[in-house]
Design a protein around this ligand. Structure first.
Ligand code: G3D
Length: 203
């Protein structure tokens, strides 16, 4: 299992020497920890809490991943620039079944996308918990989060079920192809590139 997942990380992000920084954000309970476990980061990674319990810094196969809980973090925002600087991509994890907090997610997304250090950085939205009763389909979440209004960056929304791992590989394929393009590299087997500001909804 560990070898298989390492191979997947190699495929997504290449071997040693390549450094990519992904910032993963989402409200508490969105499924970030579950998703990370499914991506096997927990197996070969040292997690170092940096600011309270709200951010973790993880490293695996040349990828640095900083994971943020956005809920209730107003007081910490002044420190965000430290962590966002140099990010190659942003991954937003959403609990698709938590319709009551979609507005809060949209607010946080707006703040994130207007951050100077994340300008032009590709955005992957994991519409998680698609297995849950009443979950928003990705197309509906796209509308609720106004993703079609996102300008100046590529974005992609990927339905997923972090508890089973369904949809995660597809999302990681997209993000790895975009971060490589951002570095001027070509990803073998990656899908075609989109124009700046282009978005896609996977179903
Ligand atoms: P967080 O790290 O974003 O705060 P967690 O979120 O990964 O801790 O997940 C919060 C809860 O959501 C967990 O349940 C977890 O099992 C559940 N969860 C995560 N992903 C999915 C999913 O795809 N489908 C469903 N149905 N549940 C999911 P508990 O009960 O442990 O709090």
């Amino acid at each position: 299992m560990g070898i298989l997942l390492s191979t997947m990380w190699e495929r997504w992000f290449g071997g040693a020497g390549r450094e990519f920084k992904l910032v993963m954000v989402g409200l508490d309970n969105a499924g970030k920890t579950t998703l990370l476990y499914r991506l096997a980061l927990g197996e070969a990674v040292v997690a170092t809490p940096t600011v309270g319990s709200n951010v973790e810094r993880l490293q695996h196969a040349g990828v640095t991943l900083e994971v943020w809980d956005l809920g209730g973090q107003q007081g910490l925002r002044a420190a965000w620039a430290t962590y966002y600087r140099g990010a190659d991509a942003v991954v937003l994890v959403v609990d698709s079944a938590d319709r009551a907090r979609v507005a809060a997610v949209k607010n946080e997304l707006g703040a994130l996308l207007s951050h100077a250090d994340l300008s032009g950085v590709p955005l992957l939205v994991f519409a998680n918990k698609q297995d849950a009763r009443g979950a928003c389909p990705a197309a509906e979440l796209t509308s609720l989060l106004a993703l079609h209004a996102v300008r100046g960056r590529d974005w992609h929304i990927q339905p997923c079920v972090a508890v089973t791992g369904g949809g995660l590989a597809e999302g990681m394929d997209w993000i790895s192809s975009r971060v490589r393009q951002g570095r001027g590299e070509t990803a073998a087997g990656a899908g075609g590139g989109g124009a700046a500001g282009a978005g896609a909804v996977a179903s």
